[in-house]
Design a protein around this ligand. Structure first.
Ligand SMILES: Nc1ncnc2c1ncn2[C@@H]1O[C@H](COP(=O)(O)OP(=O)(O)O)[C@@H](O)[C@H]1O
Ligand SMILES: [Mg+2]
Length: 454
């Protein structure tokens, strides 16, 4: 399994912010004493300023930590508010600058440090008002009418910057997928695994490609997972979320749309506003209607008739954060739609080797088995998807547990597969169970109804 990548807390990456404040503080002390700054000192400030700009760029450390974009002035204020807590040298310096008073900066001190003129000073005061975003959104407390009263960072600001971020609340209309899964759990052809890794690169490499290299900023990134039901699309999304250390939220477009007829657009807006730049992965199921070619999949289109499909696509594109669209349809995908997707992964039905690996993983790992329960034999017996194998394996395990418990034997597996295949009420031919069919008669009539329901 790949080692999880450790995300450094923002506070560790914000060094240039603290250094800049120290330098500005020393400059303020010096200029109070009538000293003039040297060219070298000014050059040092300019160099730090450049590093600070990178931290503050869209998608940079600040935006990721706060989960939202803030103006340069607001970030100056937040840096001043957080610095004394996160870098004590700044606290001592602020205290000295404020005549031995508070370690937290007052509005007057910030105005002096940043050398704001009257107009800028007015903007600073406005930014600190109670209903301005900094206070309203809970980043800090301030008394804007008292220029000498220290600002106080809210715990939320310090938590975000020091990496102790509680998982973001589910955006409205989304439900959390609680499935801890790693790369080892996924059974897919190597080229599909490679594509999934590449999608992760899109998420993780943004600071480099967009922030530092000036790469064009596109939304998302957006991935499309296409393949029959039960082929591991949600599992793969869980693996991606797990690799990022972020929660996975699933949005059933069908439900979102039919549940709130007429309010869909508003609901989507709410969802995206809540999810904007948050550390989370969004999975949109039933994305079919978004890319069905005109005339195709008429039914799906009708279901979405009350919603502006292009609006949704545009919203997904504009969303800052990984989105995974899933679909069971394997029609030709609309080229115009595909242009808006960054990574497309097709999830195939597993081949025999894949099915054997799935049986191996999905029979409970510590369950006793009779020696004839051979994953290769089970793989050859029936062409099931991963989801079907999971159900059949669990069903077999419950049958065995209920029979004593006894070791899982071919009778139990045969019954599990039979139940899985007959789920949709279809007459299942014995031959569909291949080598397992010989073991079917032994158990089927005798299994009482209540033990076989799952
Ligand atoms: N490719 C796969 N690799 C490993 N397990 C799989 C795979 N496909 C399906 N499974 C098993 O089946 C379950 C259901 O699959 P899921 O990811 O929900 O499929 P989908 O989202 O494509 O319908 C998974 O939780 C997993 O146990
Ligand atoms: Mg799924």
């Amino acid at each position: 399994m790949n080692a999880p990548r450790i995300e450094l807390p923002a506070a560790c990456l914000l060094g240039p912010e603290w250094e800049r404040l120290l330098l500005l503080g020393w400059f303020a002390l010096a200029s109070r004493q009538g000293q003039v700054l040297s060219d070298a000192q000014l050059a040092q400030l300019r160099a730090l300023q450049q590093q600070v700009d990178t931290l503050r760029a869209p998608g940079g450390v600040w935006q990721r930590a706060l989960g939202e974009a803030r103006s340069a002035l607001e970030l100056d204020v937040l840096a001043c508010a957080a610095a004394p807590e996160l870098e004590p040298r700044v606290g001592w310096l602020f205290q000295q600058l404020q005549g031995g008073g508070a370690t937290q900066a007052s509005r007057a001190l910030i105005q002096e440090l940043l050398a704001l003129d009257a107009t800028q000073g007015h903007a600073l005061r406005a930014a600190l008002l109670r209903d301005a975003p900094l206070q309203r959104d809970g980043w800090l407390r301030s008394a804007p009418d008292d220029a000498y009263k220290p600002l106080a960072p809210e715990p939320r600001l310090l938590e975000r910057l020091s990496g102790q971020v509680p998982p973001p609340a589910p955006p409205p209309g989304a439900e959390r997928v609680l499935q801890a899964a790693g790369w080892d759990d996924l059974v897919l052809p190597p080229d599909r695994l490679q594509l999934l890794h590449e999608f992760l690169l899109w998420v993780r490499g943004r600071d480099t490609v967009v922030g530092q290299w000036g790469g064009q900023r596109v939304g998302g990134p957006v991935a499309l997972f296409a393949g029959p039901s039960g082929t591991g699309k949600t599992l793969a999304a869980s693996v991606i979320a797990g690799a990022l250390g972020w929660p996975l939220y699933r949005i059933d477009l069908g439900r979102l749309v039919s549940k709130y007829v007429g309010e869909t657009e508003e609901n989507l807006n709410r969802l995206f506003e809540a999810a904007h730049a948050q550390p989370m992965v969004l999975q949109f199921d039933e994305a079919d209607a978004l890319f069905a070619k005109r005339g195709e999949v008429k039914e799906a289109r009708d279901r979405y008739a009350n919603m502006e499909v292009s609006h949704l696509l545009t919203r997904i594109e504009a969303h800052d954060g990984p989105c995974i669209l899933t679909t069971n349809l394997r029609r030709q995908l609309d080229a115009a739609f595909l242009r808006r997707i960054h990574v497309v992964v097709e999830f195939p039905r597993p081949d025999a080797a894949g099915r054997a690996a799935l049986w191996q993983r999905l029979l409970p790992p510590r369950a006793p088995r009779t020696p004839d329960v051979d994953p290769a034999l089970l793989a050859g017996a029936a062409t099931l998807t991963g989801g079907q194998i999971r159900n059949a394996a669990l069903h077999a395990a419950y049958l065995a547990a209920g029979a004593g418990p006894a070791p899982i034997g071919l009778v139990h597996v045969a019954a599990g597969v039979w139940r899985e295949l007959s789920k949709d009420g279809r007459e299942v031919a014995r031959s569909e169970l291949g080598a397992l069919s010989a073991h079917l008669a032994l158990c089927d009539p005798r299994v009482p109804e209540e033990e076989t329901d799952d």
